[in-house]
Design a protein around this ligand. Structure first.
Ligand SMILES: Cc1ncc(COP(=O)(O)O)c(C=O)c1O
Length: 402
């Protein structure tokens, strides 16, 4: 990259040497971070406009979250779910109330929470809806990204995520994203759930047509099937509301949450639903050694407290409007499309200029971190603590490289 990076090339080579190549990271080796900024091992600073794919909505090392983690580290870190600990109910109640649901089931990674939602939906289908044994289906959207387990990649339409991992888990029907008619045709008496992202992040921040989420809600209600919203990336303030579903005033039957729920400190995920759904689980039917551990719950409870003030949702909405206005002005000047909501944008670079990867490498040289997805598309998702002037600066840097 740039000449003044002295220690970086060797550190990049070491990382390449000692790990499987399941990622293609930008050659930036980060050693410190605070707020919206990170510093690499050569002392170069970058404005973080990816925010850990929205896992860092509150920025790096948010003081209240770090304090909650420190306090918990000094008292109790792990019990397993064989016992109850004093942070468990605090977190579960807080998150249940934030979601407007009766119950919460904490897990660790996003993929585990999606797996949990799939298992709960199937059990609900057999025990409550009366679907004949082993025939349950779940309707999903093409272009989805719900994680990396063998079951989840079974219904991925991305060859790089799916190929050579068969045999695949049956029981999923894939319909075009945004197409209500196709979804209505796919739902039948075996359908236990519709599982979608209210905005498809990994696919390039794809916002569905207006009325789609409401249509999915109505369809699920009239056909007696669960609406599961994977808000792992779109939720917890990212779009300017607590949940992306809020933009259409839609309440799914189950929220699937992760990423920012761990405050950028620990992996914390969860599903939230009412008792008639999550109540199908009984002791031994599902679990996780680390899910809902004391450190995770202490941090997660503080995340919920931060979100309950509404400040981050407001910041995301206001700064997001500014971001989208400024990015739209670049259409025809190197950008061909801009999509998104709140502080979340998918931008398509004119492919005749450069690839998304090249654009991200140049942005990094100019001190801005972002990540490409699918060809010439880049995702921008800065921490919600970013200042207006910093946001302007990032867009200026983008304009400069274009
Ligand atoms: C919408 C969505 N669901 C699920 C996941 C998987 O989360 P994790 O990587 O924590 O397993 C992701 C991760 O990017 C995501 O964006």
């Amino acid at each position: 990259m740039v000449d003044d990076l002295v220690r970086t090339p060797a550190a990049v080579a070491d990382a390449e040497r000692w790990t499987a190549h399941n990622y293609h990271p930008l050659p930036v080796v980060i050693s410190q971070a605070e707020g919206a900024w990170v510093t690499d091992i050569d002392g170069k600073r970058y404005l973080d406009c990816l925010a850990g794919y929205s896992a860092l909505n509150f920025g790096h090392r948010h003081p209240a979250l770090i304090a909650a983690a420190h306090a918990q580290l000094d008292r109790l870190t792990l019990t397993s779910r064989a016992f109850i600990h004093d942070q468990f109910a605090v977190f579960c109640q807080g998150l249940a109330e934030l979601c407007g649901k009766d119950l919460v089931l904490p897990m660790n990674t996003g993929a585990e929470a999606v797996e949990t939602a799939i298992k709960v939906a199937r059990k609900w289908g057999y025990q409550v809806k009366g679907v004949p044994a082993n025939t349950a289906t779940i309707v999903v959207a093409d272009g989805n990204f719900h994680g990396r387990t063998t079951t989840i990649v079974s219904f991925s339409t991305d060859p790089s995520a799916r190929d050579d991992y068969g045999p695949y888990t049956p029981g999923f029907k894939i319909v075009p994203y945004g197409d209500l008619e196709a979804m209505a045709s796919a739902v039948d008496e075996t359908t236990v759930a519709v599982l979608i992202e209210p905005i498809q992040g990994e696919q390039g921040v794809i916002v569905p047509p207006p009325g789609y989420l409401q249509g999915v809600r109505d369809l699920c209600t009239t056909r007696g099937t669960l609406f599961i919203a994977d808000e792992i990336q779109s939720g917890l303030g990212r779009t300017g509301r607590t949940f992306a579903c809020d933009h259409e005033g839609v309440v799914p039957d189950m929220y699937v949450l992760g990423k920012a729920l761990g405050g950028g400190i620990v992996p914390v995920s969860a599903v939230a639903a009412d008792a008639d759904i999550l109540g199908v689980l009984s002791p031994g039917s599902h679990g996780s050694t680390f899910g809902g551990n004391p450190l995770a719950c202490a941090v997660g409870a503080e995340v919920v407290r931060q979100l309950s003030t509404g400040e981050y949702q407001r910041r995301s909405a206001e700064l997001g409007a500014r971001l989208h206005t400024d990015l739209s002005a670049l259409i025809g000047h190197g950008l061909i499309a801009v999509r998104g909501r709140g502080l979340w944008a998918g931008i398509d670079i004119d492919p005749s200029l450069m690839s998304g990867r090249e654009a991200c490498e140049r942005l990094a040289e100019h001190g801005v971190l972002a990540k490409d997805t699918h060809g010439s598309t880049i995702r921008l998702a800065p921490p919600l603590v970013i200042e207006p002037a910093e946001l302007d600066w990032a867009v200026e840097r983008l304009a400069a490289i274009l």
